[in-house]
Ligand binder design. Sequence first.
Ligand code: FES
Length: 149
Amino acid sequence: MTIQNILTKYQVRQENLLRAIKEIQKEFGSIDKTAIDEIARYFKMKPAAVFSAASFYDQISTKGKFNMVVKICDGANCNTKKSTRVIEEIERFFGQKIDDSFNFKVKIQRESCFGFCAQGPIMVVNDVMYEKVTPERVDDILRGYTDFQ
Ligand code: FES
């Protein structure tokens, strides 16, 4: 079964998008960039719109396609410790906005609380947690994971 085989079962109508995505996810285990591109072509949509639809539903795994996931807490406690400034620095570093997720290399994700409020602001890069992150530390932390200068 190919992605195309699955897609051709569905009429090109917006209401069939999620059904097709779910079936592809079931068949292949996750929705990767190739799948997103094929789905977008088939449904005559922008890949970003397909990605948004896929990632909106928790049961659809869009994991695995990001080389890097940066989660930053913007909960009330971290926010009083300038998480907003940390977020701005992360966005500047990558040249992309938080939650703006159509970049398969990096996803920057806002979190509401990691449960380590006293150590905030908390940033998690892939599975490594950083505590008391200041805007000044962002470059040093992220440079350790990337080729970006
Ligand atoms: S508010 Fe950030 S860890 Fe709780």
